[in-house]
Write a protein that binds this ligand. Structure first.
Ligand code: GAP
Length: 454
């Protein structure tokens, strides 16, 4: 094999991601995710998205937004992060958004009491240092971040960073319904930041203190709620399948009586099998008329819907779908990571890949660089596209594999003469369709993206 020939056969069977640390380090090296404020030693459980991470995140959000807002019965919203403090009294967060906190007086570790082995908790043994009698009594700790609005730091000006985006939708229910003239059933979708002072954050971007949620609240007539709840369960798991996640890595988990949130009549998690085990990816909840009822009570405003056809008024029930954008992105990275003993690649859906195509001149001479540059400029009009002229073609393929670029185009001697290129597929490592005429390249790549399957 010459310097510029690249292997077309895997070194061994593809292995999945087993250790989250491997992903953390790859994400940093390749510019997906960096530890926040790293030059100051970092800040616990905060992460920054780099050049490729932000592209991937935008693609995840775009797919969610299109799945929601391309429907005629869903409207979009972008509500403020800071809301009237009474919102959080009405929602139940001031009184109830708490975790039971336990400290070890010996090693100073902090735990959520509900996550400690009950035997250890009963025997008062620290799960970290093993010291007996060192644990404090559980204390309730509110997860909302507090801040002050205005110049005076007095208690009347306390506001909270929203711990969920949902409440912004509830308090705007009538604004959206009346301005868009939607009739029930209809939904409101929102993507935005949420903040929780988690006691035990961690596992990379799985549980952080600042994160983004993609939430949709669907307003329905009471009595039709369970039917819509089942429909949304099915549609939401399908969205994850459509993102390319493997079916066997996804499942539903039903919240039993004790697990149900104060607002929920029925709740299912969509769980994904992360390297840390099966964990919540998304929640689908039947929230009944709890939220609108409470905001009606606390604000004194009528939040009933008037059904003109039936001439009846009622407080709608709400079916909620709520997924963390960062967690959905983490699932995509975990699910698509592959290592064959030699090569590492992200076998992710091309629609999610930060770059769809990379263009390489085989050599810098013979007009190949100029040809590749022009091709790159042309392809950029259709897809997010990059170029690379450093090192052997094999090395350049590897660099693109490691950032999930599905297609690589090589400009060689024949290209200059016959205007044909090779198109290499990330997942098979083989070239697609022999040599592809340059004028057909856009159509061939588009077809490959649309018909991608594992
Ligand atoms: N409005 C309902 C709600 O917020 P949740 O189950 O508390 O429900 C919904 O959160 C989703 O938000 C979770 O399934 C998860 O994907 C994401 N999420 C929650 N806390 C998170 C955190 N600390 N870090 C990252 N994502 C989080």
């Amino acid at each position: 094999m010459t310097e510029n020939e690249a292997p077309t056969k895997p070194a061994g069977p593809p292995q999945d991601l087993k250790d989250m640390n491997v992903l953390v380090s790859l994400c940093k090296q390749r510019g997906f995710v960096f530890p926040s404020s790293e030059v100051y030693g970092g800040i616990n459980a905060c992460w920054d998205y780099g050049p490729l991470g932000i592209e991937l995140k935008r693609n995840v959000k775009e797919r969610w937004w299109r799945a929601m807002c391309d429907r005629d019965d869903i409207e979009g919203l972008d509500a403020a992060i800071l809301m009237h403090p009474r919102v959080w009294e009405a929602s139940g967060h001031v009184a109830g958004f708490v975790d039971p906190l336990v400290d070890c007086k010996e090693c100073k570790s902090r735990f959520r009491a509900d996550k400690i082995d009950p035997e250890k908790l009963k025997a008062n043994v620290c799960p970290n240092c093993g010291k007996k009698g060192a644990l404090t009594e559980p204390r309730n700790f509110n997860l909302m971040f507090k801040t002050h609005m205005g110049a005076l730091e007095d208690s009347s000006a306390i506001v909270y960073l929203r711990p969920e985006t949902a409440q912004g939708i509830y308090v705007n229910f009538l604004n959206v319904q009346q301005s868009s003239r939607q009739k029930i059933p209809f939904g409101i979708a929102q993507i935005g930041k949420a903040f929780r002072n988690e006691i035990t954050p961690g596992n990379f971007i799985f549980r952080t203190r600042e994160f983004e949620q993609m939430e949709m609240q669907y307003f329905v007539k009471p009595g039709t709620d369970m039917e819509w709840f089942e429909k949304w369960k099915a549609m939401r798991i399908q969205w994850h399948y459509d993102n390319g996640l493997r079916k066997e890595k996804l499942r539903f988990h039903q919240h039993a009586g004790g697990e149900l949130a104060h607002y929920a009549k029925a709740a299912f998690d969509i769980e994904y099998e992360f390297p840390i085990g099966w964990s919540e990816l998304e929640g689908v909840h039947n929230r009944t008329d709890f939220d609108l009822g409470r905001h009606q009570e606390f604000s004194g405003k009528n939040l009933q819907y008037f059904d003109e056809a039936a001439k009846e008024k009622y407080v709608p029930y709400i079916v909620e779908t709520s997924v963390g954008c960062d967690r959905a992105l983490l699932a995509v990275l975990c699910d698509s990571y592959r290592f064959d003993g030699d090569r590492t690649w992200f076998q992710m859906h091309p629609a999610l890949s930060p770059y769809k195509v990379a263009v390489f001149p085989l050599m810098k001479k013979g007009g190949m660089s100029e040809y590749a540059e022009k091709l790159h400029t042309d392809l950029k009009k259709h897809f997010r596209c990059t170029t690379d002229d450093a090192g052997s073609i094999g090395k350049r393929y590897r660099r693109q594999d490691e950032i999930g670029t599905p297609f690589c185009v090589t400009v060689d001697f024949d290209t200059i003469e016959k205007h044909t290129v090779t198109l290499r597929h990330r997942d098979t490592m083989e070239t697609i369709g022999g040599r592809v005429p340059v004028e057909k390249l856009v159509d061939v790549i588009r077809d490959q993206i649309e018909n991608w399957g594992r």
